[in-house]
Design a protein around this ligand. Structure first.
Ligand SMILES: *Cc1c(COP(=O)(O)O)cnc(C)c1O
Length: 464
């Protein structure tokens, strides 16, 4: 075999490709190393192709032509905006709660400038980053004090560690939840150094079950909201007030993990059984724990509210330094909580509340309007708007269906799964539901300003 017959030898050298003008032109935008890495990767692909028996001429220019496309693809951000057409308002894989405009602005300002994160502007002295949030939470839910960590899982760990390390915490067997992502109460309990003392049965736990389990080893009674499942049928459980009365008799604290952080009554949206932070404080819980990015509709955070004594102990724990929130989160959370000072503003400006409160006839109107626009796309064989059901998601209100309106489309030239994938890979990415050969767009979670982008994304994905 002569040199020219061996295709591997004919592959251009990296330095040759680097000299092609179109590659030289890439360098101001891309670091030299990144361009070299792309050329090497391209050459490796060509070599792999040759090994599989593919042939074809390969010149510095032909390699160069592929480099720009490859770099464009390789350098795309991996985190991208997604149009949420699933109808799931709190979609954990899509970042749970979209936050209020004002909250997003506050995070932006905090991020790219300086702020008095740990500075008292009046005295010029150092202060705690917890003070602003503490102030708003106390006013909103009537607690004596409050503090905030990265998420409710962290809140649970630090609460149990501070109040119960080396001792026992009594929990009903009906409330031993797994939230997902390995958040299981028994595991959290052992990580915190507390010992779980289970009482009652899955469906029935009485006050006497708690009372019988109290020993000198007991450090706290804990109540956990079964946020992502319901026990129905022959059931009995204890109210927060009853648990508090029992705990007071034995001078024990009550920890109440209410989960979703509802700040107002969700019956207004047709949802029942969702505990409200204020009610738990009013019932006398020593510590109430909840997420910032579920039904509260703010940034990811875990809020601990309750007695001054409990909160002070928690803030002294060394883990507090590891669990504390950053300035963007604190700024966004403060802005969110300020909106809640006026319930009408909250219903209008907190996206989660606004989306859950959309009237059915408004959703119907939006679905018809979207369907009308999608019918202009020739590569869709059917476009239909119809009523459907959806769920809140994010481990909230699991058994409670919500009526909604959807647009169901069927692509002409590809399968439903292919179409859904093309939609996900487009810019912006679109996430719908796939069902019976069709892709479903639920209009509840499609923000009004996204409609044009959605229509174009569907056109591209069904045509390509
Ligand atoms: C969601 C949830 C958690 C975990 O909260 P994150 O903010 O996701 O860490 C803990 N407890 C309950 C009851 C929950 O619903």
């Amino acid at each position: 075999m002569t040199k020219n017959d061996n295709p591997y030898r004919n592959l251009p050298a990296v330095t040759d490709v680097l000299q092609v003008p179109s590659v030289v032109a890439l360098e101001p935008a891309h670091a030299h190393d990144v361009v070299v890495e792309a050329i090497r990767a391209e050459l490796a692909d060509v070599r792999a192709g040759l090994a599989q028996g593919r042939n074809g001429t390969c010149t510095p220019e032909s390699i160069a032509a592929s480099i720009e496309k490859r770099l464009h693809h390789d350098m795309k951000p991996r985190l991208r905006s997604v149009i949420n057409a699933t109808g799931i308002v709190l979609h954990t894989n899509l970042g749970r709660a979209p936050i209020a405009e004002e909250a997003a602005k506050a995070a932006y300002d905090a991020a790219h400038g300086y702020l008095n994160l740990e500075l008292d502007l009046e005295t010029g002295k150092r202060s705690s980053r917890q003070n602003p949030i503490r102030g708003w939470v106390c006013r909103l839910i009537g607690a004596e004090s409050a503090t905030v960590v990265n998420n409710n899982a962290a809140a649970t760990v630090i609460a149990l560690r501070t109040l119960a390390q080396g001792r026992e915490v009594i929990v009903s067997r009906g409330q031993l939840i797994e939230i997902g992502g390995s958040f299981r109460i028994p595991d959290i309990m052992s990580v915190s150094g507390a010992t779980l003392r289970e009482v009652g049965t899955t469906n029935i736990t009485r006050l006497s079950d708690y009372e019988k389990a109290i020993t000198p080893q007991t450090a706290a009674l804990m109540q956990i909201h079964t946020s992502n499942y319901r026990i129905a049928g022959f059931t009995e459980s204890v109210t927060t007030a009853e648990l508090v009365a029992l705990a007071k008799k034995h001078q024990l604290p009550v920890i109440d993990d209410i989960g979703s952080g509802a700040m107002l009554d969700f019956n207004r949206f047709g949802f029942t059984g969702e505990p409200i932070a204020r009610d738990s404080i009013a019932a006398g819980a020593d510590l109430v724990l909840f997420s910032g990015d579920k039904l509260l509709g703010g940034p990811q955070a875990g809020i601990l509210a309750g007695t001054r004594a409990c909160v002070e102990r928690i803030e002294k724990d060394p883990l507090m330094r590891a669990f504390r929130c950053d300035k963007m989160t604190l700024a966004a959370l403060e802005a969110t909580l300020r909106i809640y000072m006026n319930e009408d503003n909250a219903l209008r400006d907190i996206p989660v509340l606004r989306l859950l409160g959309l009237p059915l006839d408004e959703l119907k109107k939006r679905a018809s309007a979207l369907a009308k626009r999608l019918r202009t796309i020739e590569t869709l064989t059917s476009v239909e708007s119809l009523e459907d059901i959806a769920y809140v998601g994010g481990g909230s209100l699991p058994d409670q269906q919500m009526k909604t309106w959807i647009v169901e489309v069927k692509p002409r030239d590809c399968s439903d799964a292919d179409f859904a994938q093309r939609l996900r890979l487009g810019t912006p990415a679109v996430m719908g539901r796939v069902r019976d050969g069709k892709v479903v767009f639920d209009v509840r979670t499609i923000l009004p300003h996204q409609t044009d982008d959605l229509v174009e994304a569907v056109r591209r994905a069904s045509t390509s």
